[in-house]
Structures are given as structure tokens and as C-alpha cells.
Design a protein around this ligand. Structure first.
Ligand code: ATP
Ligand code: MG
Length: 366
């Protein structure tokens, strides 16, 4: 899996730019605010997942432009594919693969990427939203059906939340409440199965990496947690659906009183423990970083097992945040696939990786 060439037009701070990447390590360097992360964002968008920075396509379009586009030649499963994303201001996006119109979700598996940014180093200590994002971003790329389930879930959730917020002023809204709850339960049941199976695989892949990383001293364990009435996250979706309905029923009045959605998979989490202790509460900063690195590297291994190829690895400013030992560990493990590394200084990292170096200045790449 690799991006051979990418051309940006009216995308973020790029007017018209084209870059040809090497098959291994590519180091993208330049001072702050020049377009390094914007370039990684363009590559990430080719996976069909949403941007890792915004939910709004309009933010991707250059300030003075009516549209923005990302055009890329990608090698995937031994085949050359041309992916084009066109973002039209106020008119949605258009996706084409080799000239044929597609949906964003259908890019799942065609082009895969794992992003690793300094925020990910706080994956363990942060709130559950970061860990849900990890699950959603990965599963959207691997399973075409998941992205549309997630979009449906978010829409139903927004509608239910609006009813719970406004029902006192407009009691007629209540007539639709149970319908939205039912829709949420149906979506949730299917998403829980995807999430449970992903976390199980992530746990299996992360444990040996972490053991290696900690010199055999520490055991890393991951466990998916969801709505408390769900007894078996791998049970048939119909059974999970009924168990979620039970939870919704017992919380109906509390939701009306609180004016917000209290039950559902928007509260899911991954419980992470190091040496049997809950990492969020007890891990030291160093242990938390090591665990986060193991999890991100494990994500890359899952993509490889799933598609037969390593995903494109996007390391956004992350190496400069790591001490020498951890840098070494990451750099020793990124072989076998294409990697794009951004950093503010070039010499040290490019010397150590032997990568091709690109310099970014004000939306121009050299
Ligand atoms: P840093 O080293 O600080 O992370 P960077 O090189 O990664 O910097 P980017 O995040 O890529 O910087 O952003 C570069 C510039 O792009 C920013 O100054 C930002 O204002 C600009 N920018 C963001 N969105 C748009 C847009 N839609 N149109 C034009 N410019 C934009
Ligand atoms: Mg940046």
C-alpha cells in the first residue's frame, strides 16, 4: 500500500502542488504553519475516513476557493488506482476511483493509513472519546458498512438529543422519542460487534509489542466496555439489540429529567491495564506513552493482517515528542511499508531514517 503521487488543488493552504513520494520513509520538514499536517491530512482523506482534524469538508477548501481537490495515484494490492476527492463549497464531496464515481465508504480497504500524532501519546490518560476515535477511525477503513452505521448513529443521536433538550417547550416532540431510541439500539447492536472484535484483535497484537517494548517486564491488556446490560458483545445483533432496549427503558425517565442522552455506545471505552492495574489511573507518564505506542503499532499490524499490506503510516510531529529509546523502538518497527514523517528539523530524523526529504514552505513542496 503506498501513495506514489499526490496533487492538491485549492486544498487548505495549497493552491496547486504535486509531490511524488518514495516507497519507504519520506520526511516532510519545515517551520510551523507551512502545510506539513495539511499534506498528511490529504493523504489520510484518501482512506475514505473523515479528516482527523475536522468534521466539515468546507474547512478543507482553500480560503479563496470554491472547491478543493486531492488527486492521488495509489498502489494497493499490486494494482495502480487513481483516487480523486473533490470538495465543492456548499455542495458536498465527490469521490472517483479510476474515473468511476464511488462513495467515501467504498474506499475502505482500498487505501489504508494509520495516523500517529502527539495527541495519541495521551490516548491512555485522556477521556474515552480518544479511544472511541481510535476504534472508529480504524474500523471505518477496514469495514465499508461501519462508516455508514456510524453516520446513521450520529444522526439518530443528534435527533434524540434535540428531543430530550426541547421536549418541555414542545411536548409534541416526545412522540418521536421511542422511534429514535429504537433506531439507535439497532445501529448500536451492530456497531458493538464490530468494536468488540476490533478491540480483541488490537489486544492480541498490542500485548507482544508492549512486552518487547518493556523488556518483558509489563503486560498490556485491553478490554472493550459498552452498555452494561450487554452480556456478550459477540452475541447475535438481535440479542444485543434487545439488551440495549432494556437499558434504554430503565433510563428513559432519567434521560427526560437530565435532558440528554444517558445510554448508548457513545459512552463506549477501552479499558487499558498495565501489569493488571488500570492504566488511566495508575500508569506513570512513561508507561502510558509506551502503552500508547504499542497500541498504535498494533493498529498497523491489524491493517497488515487484514489487507495483506502495511497501511501508509503517518507520523505527524510525533518523533520529536519521544525520548531516544522510544524513537529507536518506533523507527525499528516501521519497516515494510511507506511512512510519511513530519518534523520541524530535518537533519537528525532524515539521517537516522535514510528517508527522502521534502521541504514545505507556505504551501509549496520542494
Ligand atoms: P506545525 O509545525 O505548526 O504543525 P504545519 O506545517 O503542520 O505546522 P499546517 O497545520 O499544515 O501547518 O497548516 C498550515 C497553514 O494552513 C496554517 O497556517 C493554516 O492557517 C492554513 N490553513 C488551514 N486551513 C486552511 C484553508 N482552508 N485555506 C487556507 N489555509 C488554511
Ligand atoms: Mg503540523
Amino acid at each position: 500500500m503506498r501513495v506514489e503521487r499526490i496533487a492538491l488543488s485549492g486544498f487548505r493552504n495549497y493552491d496547486e502542488e504535486m509531490v511524488q513520494f518514495g516507497p519507504d520513509v519520506n520526511v516532510i520538514c519545515g517551520p510551523n504553519a507551512q502545510g506539513k499536517t495539511n499534506l498528511l491530512e490529504a493523504v489520510y482523506l484518501l482512506t475514505g475516513a473523515h479528516s482527523f482534524r475536522t468534521r466539515f469538508d468546507r474547512e478543507l477548501i482553500g480560503f479563496d476557493c470554491d472547491w478543493g481537490s486531492v488527486l492521488a495515484d495509489v498502489e494497493s494490492a499490486g494494482r495502480d488506482q487513481t483516487i480523486r476527492l473533490l470538495f465543492k463549497r456548499g455542495q458536498g464531496r465527490q469521490v472517483t476511483v479510476n474515473g468511476a464515481k464511488k462513495t467515501s465508504a467504498s474506499l475502505a480497504g482500498l487505501m489504508t493509513a494509520v495516523l500517529f500524532s502527539p495527541d495519541d501519546l495521551y490516548l491512555i490518560k485522556e477521556g474515552a472519546a480518544a479511544r472511541r476515535r481510535l476504534m472508529d477511525n480504524a474500523i471505518c477503513q477496514l469495514r465499508p458498512g461501519y462508516a455508514s452505521l456510524l453516520a446513521d448513529y450520529n444522526k439518530l443521536y443528534d435527533n434524540k438529543t434535540r428531543i430530550l433538550k426541547d421536549w418541555r417547550e414542545k411536548p409534541s416532540l416526545l412522540s418521536a422519542l421511542d422511534e429514535f431510541s429504537d433506531g439507535l439500539a439497532r445501529c448500536s447492536a451492530r456497531m458493538i460487534r464490530y468494536r468488540a472484535s476490533f478491540v480483541e484483535r488490537l489486544a492480541e497484537a498490542a500485548a507482544p509489542i508492549h512486552r518487547d517494548f518493556s523488556g518483558g517486564k509489563e503486560e498490556l491488556e485491553l478490554q472493550y466496555t459498552t452498555v452494561s446490560t450487554v452480556t456478550d458483545t459477540r452475541a447475535p445483533a438481535e440479542d444485543i439489540y434487545r439488551q440495549i432496549l432494556d437499558h434504554q427503558r430503565t433510563h428513559r425517565q432519567a434521560e427526560l429529567d437530565a435532558g440528554s442522552c444517558l445510554t448508548g455506545i457513545h459512552k463506549d471505552d477501552i479499558l487499558i491495564s498495565v501489569g493488571g492495574m488500570a492504566a488511566r489511573s495508575y500508569a506513570s507518564q512513561g508507561q502510558a506513552r509506551t502503552a500508547a505506542l504499542s497500541i498504535k503499532l498494533a493498529e498497523r499490524e491489524i491493517f497488515k493482517a487484514e489487507t495483506g499490506e502495511y497501511p501508509v503510516l503517518l507520523l505527524d510531529d510525533v518523533l520529536s515528542e519521544l525520548d531516544g529509546g522510544r524513537q529507536e523502538f518506533v523507527l525499528n518497527r516501521i519497516g515494510g511499508g511507506q511512512t510519511l514523517i513530519t518534523c520541524c528539523e530535518d537533519e537528525n530524523i532524515s539521517r537516522r531514517t535514510g528517508g527522502r526529504v521534502f521541504s514545505v514552505r507556505e504551501g509549496r513542496i520542494r
